[in-house]
Design a protein around this ligand. Structure first.
Ligand code: HEC
Length: 192
């Protein structure tokens, strides 16, 4: 009996989580539609188009958010932040896309790897059907024009601004990170 109740509770929890994830994925799409600078957003275009709310874009977004790169131990604070969005004090790093704090923040946390892959090479396609996550290995960031410096990289991570002053897509979250965490993260990016 007790076991049965627990199973039912678990099922509700999972259903609830899926509903929340779908809601957040929807909000991200809506947010992008209203912030983004692409001309022709009509309600029909949004719901009907394969790229936005259509199953493909949705699946990609779900995959991105559900993937768990956590490990039992990390080589550095930077690696832990990169893979999980959590630092070695166990704090979830706030960003503009996901809730942080509490159980919810813990469950929803994601690291750079969720979008840029564990290799840092990126290449995931986002629900608008055209934005791809960038290659953020240090080597590749040096090919950027102008090349990234540690300072401009910090600006991209925290403010979403590229070295030439261009704004990054809103699919790239803005991160509220301490200087120490930023330094550790950049050190890790350099090792990729
Ligand atoms: C939810 C997905 C997502 C997460 C999580 C994410 N990024 Fe991004 N990031 C993107 C996308 C998409 C772009 C490309 C934006 C564009 O093209 O305007 C990007 C671009 C970047 C760029 C700019 C690269 C360039 O070529 O100018 C840097 C740097 C970057 N991300 C670093 C990070 C770091 C560090 C983290 C972890 C703290 C992170 N990102 C987490 C989606 C994400």
């Amino acid at each position: 009996m007790k076991r049965g109740v627990r199973l039912i509770n678990r099922r509700f929890l999972i259903l609830g989580l899926i509903a929340i994830l779908l809601g957040i994925a929807g909000l991200i799409c809506l947010g992008y539609a209203s912030w983004g600078n692409w001309g022709m957003v009509s309600p029909r275009g949004m719901m009907g188009s394969k790229n936005m709310m259509g199953s493909r874009g949705m699946n990609e977004m779900m995959n991105i958010m559900m993937r768990d790169y956590s490990k039992s131990s990390y080589s550095s604070n930077g690696e832990r932040i990169f893979l999980t969005g959590e630092n070695d004090k166990g704090e979830t790093i706030s960003n503009s896309m996901m809730p942080s704090g509490g159980h919810m923040g813990q469950m929803m946390r994601m690291g750079c790897a969720n979008c840029h892959k564990a290799s840092g090479k990126g290449g995931l396609l986002f629900p608008d059907g055209k934005t791809k996550s960038a290659n953020i290995t240090w080597e590749h960031l040096q090919d950027h024009d102008p090349p990234y410096t540690e300072n401009s990289l910090k600006k991209a991570i925290t403010k979403g601004i590229e070295p030439d002053g261009e704004k990054l897509s809103n699919f790239m979250p803005r991160w509220e990170m301490s200087q120490d965490d930023l330094d550790d993260l950049i050190k890790y990016l350099k090792s990729l």
